[in-house]
Design a protein around this ligand. Structure first.
Ligand code: SAH
Ligand code: SF4
Ligand code: F3S
Length: 440
């Protein structure tokens, strides 16, 4: 019996697919690359933007034919998209061949649902989490697929309600995992040889606000993870600028093990737009924060998310974004065109023309690419400690890995080095990618 999981969306989703795989492996399924051979297909969906949804829907539609040829094929749709208001029923109507529709925080129930379908007790199951603060589930089996890196959830959900964003609606309110549960998980991962631990949350800096435990702050958690014995590094994401406190910056600066890499989404460089987005910071505050981080952690790589075409965005606002990007000098940026999400506040605001949006994103990408190129050049001739992640998928003769600051590096090396740390001297750079040679 074979399974195939199709994952869309953020790291959180990628990690949840590892939990889904854990359940399916437990049920006796093995992974396949070929959807045509699978006995169970799981679509782990994302709905952050319209194009994310369209992609998933297109692929679900394509399964109809497979299901016609193989009646016993089990089709599951899980994750963020299913939690949107009225979406589960809509999906069921449009794709009646789906067997299981499951939400975001009740994924662990996939096991019993697959069993019900397999035993013919039910043909269709819709199980959407309606509680806004569901219990944090521990002890899930996780089938990890991310090589030397292991993802670790530290919290679920989001309380921020940025006016463009669907996440709080589909993932509920913030729930933190208990401090000790996180520490024991990381200890076990390190003991099992994982070399990179990435702590995950929509807003990691508000970790512990909902717990009655004085140790449970993000700074203390980071320190406790760094205090675990072993040669490994720590990453985390995402940090909301309004909540990134000095104690966190200091912990990063103090600890070798914590990567000098902060993902700090700005979204817009215009104070007017930031206010309309409900982001709770100004461009001045943000630039001061970036300044402070760079002062305390000189080799830091700061990355960001930026949106163009948010309602009411005028040329002047967009120029503020360009100006901020030039001042912050990000090592890289994820850039997005604002996409209307039904049910969010911004969906009710007047929308910017599509062609204005695409013009702006092109300009933004150009400015950021130039900065990335300039910063790449600064790495040349430097020796960087790299965690070897894999063979380069585009060139099998090369390995790839990341610098402490999060930059991708390609270099010649032995496959046996995957999962170990090597020192690489950077010889040249090509836009965002660095090339180098291993030095002993
Ligand atoms: N929790 C994280 C990331 C959330 S989603 C954070 O707060 O930063 C990742 C990114 O998608 C966001 O940072 C934002 O830039 C983008 N995004 C979210 N909603 C969007 C929308 N409706 N249209 C376009 N981009 C969006
Ligand atoms: Fe969405 Fe804002 Fe929460 Fe991030 S902080 S998940 S952008 S609502
Ligand atoms: Fe998408 Fe859900 Fe992540 S909407 S970006 S998969 S939290």
């Amino acid at each position: 019996m074979l399974y195939k999981i199709e994952t869309y969306g953020c790291q959180m989703n990628v990690h949840e697919s590892e939990k889904i795989a854990g359940i399916l492996e437990y049920l006796g399924y093995k992974e396949t690359d070929d959807i045509k051979n699978s006995d169970i297909i799981v679509f782990n969906t994302c709905c952050i933007r319209d194009n994310a949804e369209k992609k998933v829907l297109g692929n679900i539609g394509a399964v109809k034919k497979l299901k016609r040829e193989k009646k016993e094929l089990i089709v599951c749709v899980v994750g963020c998209m299913t939690q949107q208001f009225g979406k589960a029923e809509e999906l069921k109507k449009k794709y009646p061949f789906i067997n299981i529709i499951l939400g975001t925080s009740n994924l662990y129930r996939l096991k019993e649902h697959v069993e019900s379908i397999r035993e013919g007790r039910k043909k269709t199951i819709i199980d959407i989490e309606t509680n806004e603060k569901p219990k944090v589930i521990e002890g899930e089996s996780i089938y990890r697929t991310s090589g030397a890196n292991a993802w670790v959830n530290i919290m679920y959900g989001c309380n921020n309600f940025c006016t463009y964003c669907i996440v709080p609606y589909v993932r509920g309110r913030e729930r933190s995992r208990a401090f000790n549960d996180i520490i024991s998980e990381v200890r076990e991962l390190v003991a099992n040889g994982y070399k990179e631990i990435t702590l995950l949350g929509q807003n990691v800096n508000s970790y512990g606000h909902d717990l009655d435990d004085e140790r449970a702050t993000f700074a203390k958690l980071l320190q406790a993870v760094a205090d675990i014995d072993g040669d490994f590094r720590i990453r985390f994401m995402t940090s909301h600028p309004k909540d990134l406190t000095d104690d966190v910056i200091d912990v990063i600066a103090r600890n070798e093990k914590i990567c000098n890499n902060i993902h700090l989404p700005i979204q817009s460089g215009s104070n007017k737009i930031l206010r309309l987005m409900n982001r709770h910071y100004t461009r001045e505050y943000y630039l001061d924060l970036v300044e402070k981080i760079k002062r305390k952690i000189p080799s830091v790589g700061i990355t960001t998310d930026i949106m163009v075409g948010f309602p009411y965005e005028e040329e002047e606002d967009f120029n503020d974004t360009l100006d901020l990007v030039k001042k912050a000098r990000y090592s890289s940026a994820f850039t997005f065109i604002y996409s209307v999400r039904r049910g969010t506040k911004a969906a009710e605001m007047p929308q910017v023309d599509e062609d204005v949006k695409s013009e702006r994103i092109q300009k933004l990408i150009k400015v950021q690419n130039e900065i990335t190129r300039e910063l790449s050049r600064e790495y040349e001739n430097k020796i960087e400690r790299i965690l070897v992640e894999d063979v380069n998928p585009k060139d099998g003769s090369m390995l790839m890995g990341r610098t402490d600051s999060g930059r991708l590096v390609n270099f010649h090396g032995d496959k046996a080095e995957i999962g170990t740390f090597v020192n690489v001297k950077i010889s040249r750079s090509q836009s965002a990618t660095l090339f180098g040679e291993v030095v002993k």
